[in-house]
Design a binder for this molecule. Structure first.
Ligand code: NVA
Length: 203
């Protein structure tokens, strides 16, 4: 397993390796996190297929993995980001061409409307150098009670952690009854055990 800033480093390493190489997070994607997130959604709400997931905040690596998962697992994905931090258009186009139901906008409440799951992430990820610009752009995308109120009544809140209370999520939401972040964090280990079993040909 490699955690790298540069996704191409992992691709190059895998191309030269005789054994499985797991992406443990890159600047491009974070598939291991999404496995735990999907597991948490299914524990709380049942099958993810047909559910609506709203990604609010940065169109970053974790967001990209939700786009990839939407294609494979048939959930609806509604993304809301500032215009300057939108997910890559080629990623969205490729997912849509493969049948994924993915929309991208710049309004948090529009994305949250009708969602079963609200997900966000830190506004400044590992390797991001433009902290001041980010802190100026992201406040309208904070997940607060208003955003949660636009979602379905039973909607849950997810965050891959570490979180910054008072920035991308309010204390009331992340520590409130709809937050599933601690189950989500626990599920990282269970989902990663499954990845290892899959690499070993056991499942
Ligand atoms: N987007 C975050 C995820 C941390 C688990 C980062 O790349 O830093």
């Amino acid at each position: 397993m490699i955690r790298a800033n540069n996704h191409q480093d992992v691709v190059d390493f895998a191309a030269a390796s005789d054994v499985p190489v797991v992406n443990g997070l890159t600047d491009f994607s974070h598939p291991c996190q999404i496995l735990a997130d999907i597991m948490t959604i299914e524990e709380r709400l049942g099958a993810v297929e047909g559910k609506t997931i709203a990604w609010i905040g940065d169109g970053n690596n974790v967001c990209a993995s939700f786009v990839h998962a939407a294609e494979k697992l048939k959930f609806r994905l509604k993304i809301a980001t500032p215009a300057s931090y939108a997910p890559k258009t080629q990623e969205l186009a490729a997912a849509r061409a493969a049948g994924a139901d993915v929309t991208a906008s710049h309004d948090a409440r529009t994305a949250a409307s009708g969602a079963d799951v609200i997900v966000t992430d830190t506004w400044v990820s590992m390797g991001d150098a433009d902290k001041d610009a980010r802190m100026a752009a992201f406040p309208p995308f904070a997940v607060n009670d208003d955003v949660m109120a636009a979602a379905n009544r039973d909607a849950i809140f997810l965050h891959c952690l570490p979180a910054h209370r008072g920035e991308e999520v309010t204390e009331a939401v992340i520590d409130g009854p709809r937050s599933a972040v601690w189950d989500e964090a626990e599920n990282r280990i269970h989902a990663q055990k499954a990845v290892l079993l899959w690499c070993l040909g056991k499942i």
